[in-house]
Design a protein around this ligand. Sequence first.
Ligand SMILES: *Cc1c(COP(=O)(O)O)cnc(C)c1O
Length: 423
Amino acid sequence: MKKETICVQAGWQPKKGEPRVLPIYQSTTFKYETSDQMGELFDLKESGYFYTRLQNPTNDYVAAKICELEGGAAAMLTSSGQAANYYAVFNICEAGSHVVLSSTVYGGTFNLLTVTMKKMGIECTVVNPDAPTEELDAAFQENTRCVLAETLANPALVVLDIEKFAELAHRHGVPLIVDNTFATPINCNPFQWGADIVTHSTTKYMDGHAMTVGGAIVDSGNFDWTKYPDKYAGLCKPDESYHGVVYTEKFQKAAYITKATVQLMRDLGSIQSPQNAFLLNVGLETLPLRMERHCANAQKAAEYLETHSKVAWVNYPGLQGNKYHALAEKYMPNGSCGVISFGLKGGRKAAGEMMDKFKLAAIVTHVADARTCVLHPASHTHRQMTDEQLLAAGVAPDLIRFSVGLEHIEDIIADLDQALSCI
Ligand SMILES: *Cc1c(COP(=O)(O)O)cnc(C)c1O
């Protein structure tokens, strides 16, 4: 089936007399008839629901839809995008492990890896994704367990050369994990280019209406953990907390997601609420339509800004002159995303002033939903930093992040136009 059809039809498949729309299984627990039936679940001998902290049917139907959209083997939902990236890495790392991390990843992911997971004894080496191969090769160590990068970096809009990164990771015997949040499975399927695991903050375009925080992890099932049984002992050796089950033997291509569910969800509990999964599913139904419009609007807004006399620079991969235009054409031929960034000739001060002039675009920290929104990191999220510190963090002092929504493009451009005329 094509993606438009998957978005509407995949996941929940009602049988005779069942609700047409995915039901919200608003229940913490599930009933069994014999003691043995329940016992088998705890030995992982039978699959079935017993407690929503581990699994819930509403969540699983939505995860199944996302899995199909990415062309994966197994998937799970998490309570946030942060939890998705944390679980994706922690499922194959422990104290003493090492991760190769792209320098352009979302700030939350950067902090997760370089501050919080560091305290757990997991080290990481940060690499510039555009660095030459020898430099990237040098980042790997004997204890490296995975590479983590973003298809389309938030907010720098750096496009990852996924094929090159997959080849690099595999040459060093580790999987490539790609956060595909900004591109969405509509515009890019990283598995087609060799990525092994995909993560999402479903909070962004997948929900698309800024209603719910959520995340997802999808496994392609392609990485052969059994080639490195000592490195991935958690997947390839008996798990004593489940009477010695070996995930790769018992669950094959679902080994990684099963382990993340029955160990990490069981012990850490970052489950998505079924209510939120229901809303996410409604968002997914229109994702292809929305992405098409977000991209078309962003392209026009970027082209408008590029010709404006007060604008110093515009960053959007859809622009001909953009550094990542060729990579975007290769990996996202139908469009990248609705987020653009630009700077003003008047610099940091003018950018700060422009914020108060917008009438349609709202100042919010969120991105990637139906309503056009705007943020000036130097005045907001990064306000304590000097120009020098901002540049070191990869955020230009004059950078305005503009998330183009689904309003009519003429109204969006009119808002940009009137705000620019005021400064
Ligand atoms: C927002 C975001 C996250 C974090 O997701 P939350 O749902 O906010 O926890 C992770 N990665 C990327 C690329 C994001 O844009």
